[in-house]
Design a protein around this ligand. Structure first.
Ligand code: GLV
Length: 320
């Protein structure tokens, strides 16, 4: 799609993601950037690109881009919401089942030759979902899609968000709005679905983890820095919670020596919640459509910084 209307410089070298130096060097003469969530796009990068009109990220999250700096410079920032919602919700359910029903642990036991006795009643037992309370921190697109799927397990869902979602409660009568501390203290499973912002950085810290039940599990498919990793390691070590399933980390890739890798009651995934073939294809298409729309002076399907329209109207960025 991009090649049909633009000249492209594709980062194809072995070094992945591109170094900051390379990004700054290559972006100098570019009108548009299609980036990944591993590319930190801040004022320094934007200053190096005086022609830049659009930053299209191949991700729904945009915490790697300094939005106010982009807006100030009249740079359009676009992302890929909606198209990966189902993939992430499906994966979240997968993580919940994996950690509570100890699926990864079970697989390891067989492979390491530890399945040495036949069927026995209390081997690898875990909690049943039916009748439990699930807490959702954040009820945006992904939170709602997760709630819909989990509802089929006949659970009660407590959710916390900045706004009460009457529309969702109408469709899912098992849902109840609550403050964050109630969600944490009453839920058997807490799943995080907020974006990373300065307000959600380390939202789940030592104090919040202490509010959780000793039998509860923490699931994170949102962004690593929403959880204070050190506090989580302490919580797992000291048994404040029963376990965790994590797809995102403060440090990515997570080193194999990291303390989180030492717990059997922790399921780890390498930031793959949106990794269905379908979602990744749709993300690619939407990222391309967003970028092309801006260069055509048309409203992109998923604009992050709407205020930019006043700073540099679409007709001023039109070039194809
Ligand atoms: C993945 O984490 C995304 O933000 O798309």
């Amino acid at each position: 799609m991009l090649r049909e209307c633009c000249e492209i410089e594709l980062h194809e070298s072995k070094e992945y993601p591109p170094s900051r130096e390379e990004l700054i060097k290559k972006i100098r003469d570019k009108d548009a950037l299609l980036c990944l969530l591993t590319d930190k796009i801040d004022a320094e990068v934007m200053d190096a690109a005086p022609n830049l009109k659009v930053i299209s990220t191949y991700s729904v999250g945009f915490d790697h881009i300094d939005i106010p700096e982009a807006t100030k410079r009249g740079i359009y920032v676009t992302h890929t919401p909606g198209v990966l919602t189902d993939a992430v919700a499906e994966f979240t359910v997968g993580l919940i089942l994996a950690v509570t029903r100890r699926i990864v642990e079970a697989d390891k036991i067989i492979r390491s030759g530890q399945w040495d006795k036949p069927w026995n009643p209390y081997f690898l037992t875990g909690p049943e979902l039916k009748g439990k309370t699930i807490g959702l921190i954040g009820l945006g697109r992904i939170g709602v899609a997760t709630a819909k799927r989990l509802s089929s397990f006949e659970v009660k869902i407590l959710y916390y968000d900045l706004e009460r979602r009457w529309d969702v409660e109408t469709v899912l009568p098992n849902m109840q709005f609550a403050d964050i501390d109630t969600v944490l203290s009453e839920s058997d499973i807490v799943s995080i679905h907020v974006p990373l912002t300065k307000d959600t950085y380390h939202l789940i810290n030592e104090e919040k983890l202490k509010k959780m039940k000793k039998t509860a599990y923490l699931i994170n498919t949102a962004r690593g820095p929403v959880v204070d990793t050190e506090a989580l390691v302490k919580a797992l070590r000291e048994g404040w919670i029963a376990g965790a399933a994590l797809d995102v980390f403060e440090q990515e890739p997570l080193p194999p020596t990291h303390p989180l890798t030492k717990f059997d009651n922790v399921v780890l995934a390498p930031h793959i919640a949106s990794a269905t073939i379908e979602a990744r294809q749709r993300m690619a298409e939407l990222a391309a459509r967003n970028l092309i729309a801006v260069l055509k002076g048309e409203m992109p399907p998923a604009l992050v910084n709407k205020e930019v329209l006043k700073i540099r109207p679409l007709e001023k960025v039109k070039m194809i």
